[in-house]
Design a protein around this ligand. Structure first.
Ligand code: ARG
Length: 591
């Protein structure tokens, strides 16, 4: 049996177009069905295409709608037992799935894998590079890195679930003029980074600060730093070793954060990886006349752009040095040539919007000139995180809040809450719950915000068991798990659901329809790469489950009613867990 695909409306859309082609009234012009998920008050899907079509033909949309509706009903493709179809307003056609159709869907899509199958559409088979997190070496990760890191991981998982082959690439900032200052300082203080353990990166931060002060104050110091940089750029052994060490100790400290978040990268191709690939950028862009010389520098103007016609992107400085833009051009090319990327997305804060607009414009011209396929390119940017006072989040001494410290505080606070709520759990389990709740609450607080807005970081809010928070969702999941534990049943067991009859009560039907919306939600989430769309959905789904669970008793005498209610519990669990996992979250058995 072919599985129903109506969760996206695509099946319905296709059928309507086919039916319309048999009608003389729809033979002229260009008819599109335009099936969209509908306002739930009116149905599950709505075909909006009659209106614009009637406009083309300058006829009455309502009459056309009636003709189409009659043909839809006569076609036999929408059995009465599964669809309730109505004409509404000036010519919309509403489709409501009957409880039988809903039940059939739930029987076809039971597990996380089934749902992934259902979600494979636009992205199936595409290779997509996701460039995220990307901190700079010789520094500790701070709160400013959280958005790129957690949004990047969530989008990677969502794309994978929808069938894409994802390459997670951490484009670390591991090359640049700062290494002149740093190497000078390391040599001066005779520092052995290996011996410093967890103190290595904080030491690098201190050395860089001191070094910058010195080079600002002294022409000799500045020249020494420059000389160290030239040595490094020319492959000098000692300096290369020092530089490699800084990357190594930095990566170790990043790795701690990534482990806590459960994030792994397929590639760590930082800026240094591209240092021997910039010549080709200069050469090909100059030959193509996309880049031009200006006062000894190599720059790119975009005459068709209101700002970039006068504000150039610098590719090579007059002293011959490459920069961030040069490596990003080489990076784009590598993604096409080496990974065969159909698309790449890059996550950074909104301050880099101009940079990537210029990169993408330039890369497009480059690919057009060389006759290569152009990948889809997206800069996924986000707003900033503010402290409780609404200002940029900082420690009391004005330093950036370190991610490690933020996670520790989250876990500590969660520990107190767990202790309060569930003092009798074994200590080991309490610790594990605290770790999950603490970190996932921070992650979810970020993901549940529209990424382009700024948001306020508020401990009480993000750790609350009420509202759109991780604790609320994790608790909803644990609660459903406990229902099955008490019954000694495996959630989703085919046997327990065998007798299920179509849904009857208002709360059953509302929950069933909400569940059906999951696949479409993934589509909407990825359409504009905004994880908060999925968060909102999961929050609403938990609400629909609560209403159902409060109104409809699950364990009842009639086996068919009990079976269908257990089915709803099991599917809610699967979809809540799948949704959380797609956001990168861990979930819990008990809380
Ligand atoms: N390291 C950069 C920063 O800290 C982010 C890199 C983003 N990726 C890229 N391909 N430019 O701002």
């Amino acid at each position: 049996m072919q599985k129903p695909w109506f969760h996206l409306g695509t099946e319905i859309d296709k059928a309507i177009v086919e039916i319309a082609t048999t009608l003389p009234e729809f033979a002229e012009g260009d008819f599109k069905a335009e099936v969209r998920p509908a306002d739930p008050r009116f149905g599950d899907f709505q075909a909006n295409g009659v209106l614009p079509y009637a406009k083309q033909l300058k006829t009455n949309p309502r009459t056309l709608g009636e003709i189409l509706l009659a043909a839809i009903q006569a076609s036999g493709r929408f059995p009465k037992g599964e669809y309730q179809i109505e004409l509404a307003g000036p010519g919309f056609i509403n489709f409501k799935l009957t409880p039988t159709a809903l039940l059939n869907w739930f029987k076809a899509y039971r597990t996380e894998d089934d749902l992934s199958e259902a979600a494979k559409d636009t992205y199936a088979g595409k290779t997509i590079v996701v460039d995220f997190s990307s901190p700079n070496t010789a520094k500790q990760m701070h709160v400013g890195h959280i958005r790129s890191t957690v949004i990047g991981e969530a989008l990677s998982r969502l794309l994978e679930f929808c069938g894409a082959k994802v390459v997670r690439d951490n484009h670390i900032g591991d090359w640049g003029t700062q290494f002149g200052i740093l190497i000078r300082q390391i040599k001066k203080e005779n520092i052995d980074l290996d011996s410093l353990g967890a103190e290595a990166v904080p030491t690098l931060e201190r050395l860089y600060k001191e070094g910058s002060n010195e080079t600002r104050g002294s022409e000799t110091a500045l020249q020494e730093a420059r000389d160290e940089l030239v040595l490094l750029q020319n492959g000098d052994d000692t300096n290369t070793r020092i530089w490699e060490k800084t990357t190594e100790v930095s990566w170790k400290s990043f790795q701690k954060v990534y482990d806590q978040l459960g994030i792994h990268f397929d590639e760590v191709l930082g800026e240094s990886f591209y240092r021997d690939k910039v010549e080709r950028v200069y050469q090909e862009l100059s030959e193509a006349r996309i880049a031009e010389e200006s006062q000894g520098a190599l720059v790119v103007f975009h005459p068709e752009h209101p700002r970039f016609k006068t504000q150039p992107m610098m590719l090579r400085k007059s002293d011959g040095a490459s920069n961030y833009a040069t490596t990003d051009m080489a990076t784009a090319l590598h993604r096409v040539e080496h990974f065969g990327a159909d698309a790449f997305i890059i996550l950074t804060d909104a301050r880099q919007r101009d940079h990537f607009e210029q990169i993408f414009l330039t890369f497009k011209k480059w690919m057009q000139h060389s006759g290569k396929p152009l990948p889809e390119m997206k800069h996924i940017y986000f707003g900033s995180i503010q402290g409780e006072d609404g200002k940029a989040i900082k420690t009391r001494s004005g330093e950036p809040v370190l991610l490690g410290n933020l996670f520790d505080e989250g876990i500590e606070r969660a520990r107190n809450i767990v202790q309060d709520k569930n003092p009798d759990l074994p200590q080991e389990e309490k610790d594990q719950i605290a770790e999950v709740v603490g970190i996932e609450a921070i992650r979810y607080a970020d993901l549940s915000q529209n990424r382009t807005s700024d948001y306020k970081f508020q401990w009480d809010k993000l750790l609350s068991f009420e509202g759109n928070t991780a604790p609320y969702l994790l608790y909803a999941i644990a609660r459903i798990r406990s229902i099955f534990r008490k019954l000694d049943l495996d959630p989703g067991s085919i046997q327990a659901e065998a007798d299920a009859t179509p849904f009857v009560t208002e709360t059953e039907i509302a929950l069933a329809r909400k569940l059906l919306g999951f696949v479409n939600t993934l589509d909407l989430t990825l359409a504009d790469m905004r994880p908060h769309v999925l968060c909102n959905y999961l929050f609403e789904l938990s609400g629909a489950f609560s209403s159902f669970y409060n109104a409809d008793k699950v364990m009842v005498d009639q086996p068919d009613i009990q079976a269908r209610r257990l089915l709803l519990c099991a599917r809610t669990l699967t979809i809540l867990e799948t949704g959380c996992h797609l956001l990168g979250m861990r979930t819990l058995e008990r809380m």
